[in-house]
Design a protein around this ligand. Structure first.
Ligand SMILES: [Zn+2]
Length: 319
C-alpha cells in the first residue's frame, strides 16, 4: 500500500492551456520575428503530439486596469494608450512597434496570467501554460521595449500575492535574454524571488551582478549549452528555491536559448526544457506549492519553439 506521500507524488498534474485569437492581432514590422506564427507553432505542435486531449483549454480574459496598476504606473499605461496608432505602426524602440490592436493582444496576454492564477486557486489546476503574445519580461514599471508592453508574469505574480495573500513566490526566467522588466518591477519587493539566466553580454545589456539577494542572476557566455544550464539550475537555483520556500512558482518560459534559435547565441536542446520543467514540478510538490503558472516569452524559430514548448507542457502535465 502506498503512503499518502507516494499517492501525492503519483497524482498526474491537472493542467490547462490559456490562449486567445486576439493575441494574433498585434503586428510589428514585416519580417519581425515576434509574430503571430509563434502562437500557431505551439498550438499545432500540441495538436500533433496528441497531448491536447489530456489538457483543458481556456480563452484568455482581457485584463482589468487594477491588475496592471499593481506593476505599472498609471502615467505609463496612459502613454501606451495614446501611442497606439489607429492605422499603421509606431516605434516604441528600434525593435518594437505598436499596431492598432497591440493593446488588445497585450490585454489578453496579461489577462491570461490572472486567469491562470484563478484556475490554480479556485479550480485546483496544478499547472497552467499561457500561449500568449506579446511577451512581457522586458516591460518595466514605466517603460516598454524588447517586444514587450505589459509585464505578463509580473501581473500574474503580483495578483497571486495580493488576492490570495501569499507571502513568497518565485519567478523563474530561462529566456536567453535577461528579464530586466521583471527585475525593475520587483526590485524593492521582498515577496518575490527572481531567477534569470541569460546570455551575457547581450540584449538588454543588464549587469551580470546585483546587490539584491532575492534576484539571482545567472549570466552565461555565448555558446553555453545543456551542461551550463543544468549546472546553474542544480547548483544555484534549486538550493535557493529550497531555502526561500516559495508558495507558488511562475515561469517566464522563453525558448530562444535553443541552439536552433538565431536570435540568441546559446545552445540549449529540446530536452533541456523538459529537464528544467521536471525539476521545477518536483520542487513544487516538495514545497507543497499551490501550483505553477508558466507564460510564453521568447522563442522565434517555429520548429524549435513548438518542440521545446510542448516538451515543457508535457512535463508540467506529467504526461
Ligand atoms: Zn528572449
Amino acid at each position: 500500500m502506498n503512503s499518502i506521500e507516494d499517492n501525492l507524488n503519483h497524482d498526474a498534474m491537472t493542467t490547462a492551456i490559456i490562449s486567445h485569437t486576439d493575441c494574433r492581432r498585434h503586428k510589428m514590422a514585416i519580417g519581425h520575428p515576434e509574430d503571430a506564427s509563434r502562437i500557431d507553432a505551439i498550438s499545432e505542435r500540441l495538436l500533433a503530439s496528441g497531448l491536447e486531449y489530456s489538457l483543458d483549454y481556456f480563452d484568455a480574459q482581457a485584463v482589468g486596469l487594477p491588475h496592471l496598476l499593481r506593476v505599472h504606473d498609471k502615467e505609463y499605461l496612459s502613454s501606451l494608450d495614446k501611442l497606439q496608432p489607429s492605422e499603421g505602426l509606431v516605434n516604441v524602440d528600434p525593435d518594437t512597434q505598436m499596431s492598432p490592436q497591440t493593446l488588445t493582444a497585450a490585454s489578453r496576454a496579461a489577462g491570461a496570467g490572472i486567469q491562470a492564477v484563478d484556475l490554480v486557486f479556485n479550480d485546483n489546476y496544478h499547472a497552467v501554460f499561457c500561449n500568449v503574445r506579446p511577451p512581457g519580461h522586458h516591460a518595466k514599471r514605466r517603460e516598454a521595449g524588447g517586444f514587450c508592453f505589459y509585464n505578463n508574469i509580473a501581473v500574474a505574480a503580483a495578483y497571486a500575492l495580493d488576492k490570495f495573500k501569499l507571502e513568497r513566490v518565485a519567478i523563474i526566467d530561462f529566456d536567453v535574454h535577461h528579464g530586466n522588466g521583471t527585475e525593475d518591477i520587483f526590485n524593492d519587493n521582498q515577496q518575490v524571488m527572481f531567477f534569470s539566466l541569460f546570455q551575457h553580454p547581450f540584449f538588454p545589456y543588464s549587469s551580470a551582478t546585483t546587490a539584491n539577494p532575492l534576484h539571482i542572476k545567472s549570466p552565461l557566455r555565448q555558446g553555453a549549452g545543456s551542461e551550463e544550464f543544468r549546472r546553474v539550475v542544480r547548483e544555484h537555483w534549486l538550493p535557493e528555491l529550497l531555502a526561500y520556500q516559495p508558495q507558488m512558482l511562475f515561469i517566464s518560459a522563453g525558448f530562444d536559448a535553443h541552439r536552433e534559435d538565431d536570435l540568441g547565441g546559446l545552445t540549449f536542446e529540446d530536452d533541456d526544457y523538459a529537464w528544467v520543467t521536471n525539476q521545477l514540478v518536483t520542487l513544487s510538490k516538495q514545497l507543497n506549492c499551490h501550483g505553477i503558472v508558466s507564460m510564453l516569452e521568447g522563442g522565434y524559430v517555429s520548429g524549435a519553439l513548438g518542440r521545446s514548448c510542448v516538451a515543457h507542457i508535457k512535463e508540467l502535465a506529467e504526461i
